[in-house]
Ligand binder design. Structure first.
Ligand code: G6P
Ligand code: MG
Length: 210
């Protein structure tokens, strides 16, 4: 039986994916790098460094320039999330979190982001979360299973007792590799490997899931 739910953050709990997208777009425009929706899909769920490597493609830059570009992208992103508030919780999320708490189901976050705590704080749900594994935890990034395993460890749960909710291809891959049950949100092309695919969390009830 499921005793904990581990949520991806960006694109599942809130729509920061849009802000990541706009920030990468701005950087790509400034640098004359090709950028379109398929490239953006490939970036989703990946940490900052891996995303920039993908974006650069064949372009060679010095380590110093690489670093500057990561900082610049994050500066744009931080400007976007400055004004994030509880109103930015995606539909159904607040309700699901409340249901989980009422049913004594533990709540974890597994995100590649180094800004996860700031985002959770802005959303007003930092105190609802029992474990956070994010881009600051010194572990292999998604699609490796480490952030999920790290969250489960903090929740004191075996992977088989955890259910993951993910929206990115790299994240579904990571969650499956961790041995957890996986719900994918969004298109079949992206998250079709998950055990169950839903459009979003809007009408999702805990009772109907288990
Ligand atoms: C999440 C997002 C990615 C983002 C990554 C790193 O996984 O889905 O699009 O690139 O976090 O986030 P950060 O906030 O550390 O740059
Ligand atoms: Mg995501």
């Amino acid at each position: 039986t499921i005793k904990g739910v581990i949520f991806d953050l960006d694109g599942v709990i809130t729509n920061t994916d849009e802000y990541h997208y706009l920030s990468w777009q701005k950087l790509a425009d400034e640098e004359g790098l090709p950028f379109d929706l398929p490239i953006n899909e490939a970036l989703q769920g990946l940490p900052r460094r891996e995303s920039l490597l993908l974006l650069l493609g064949d372009r060679q830059v010095s380590e110093e320039k690489f670093h500057e570009m990561m900082i610049r992208k994050n500066r744009y992103y931080l400007e976007f999330i400055e004004s994030i508030s509880p109103a930015d919780l995606l539909p159904g999320v607040g309700n699901l979190l409340a249901e989980l708490q009422a049913n004594n189901i533990r709540i974890g976050i597994s995100s590649s982001s180094k800004n996860a705590k700031e985002v959770l704080q802005g959303l007003g749900i930092l105190d609802k979360v029992d474990a956070i594994a994010d881009g600051n935890s010194v572990i292999q990034p998604k699609p490796a299973p480490d952030t999920f395993l790290h969250a489960a460890l903090q929740l004191n749960l075996a992977p088989s007792a955890c259910l993951v909710i993910e929206d990115a291809e790299a994240g579904v891959k990571a969650a499956l590799a961790s041995g957890m049950s996986v719900i994918g949100l969004g298109s079949i092309e992206r998250v079709g490997n998950a055990h169950l695919v839903l459009e979003n969390l809007e009408k999702v009830n805990w009772q109907n899931l288990v």
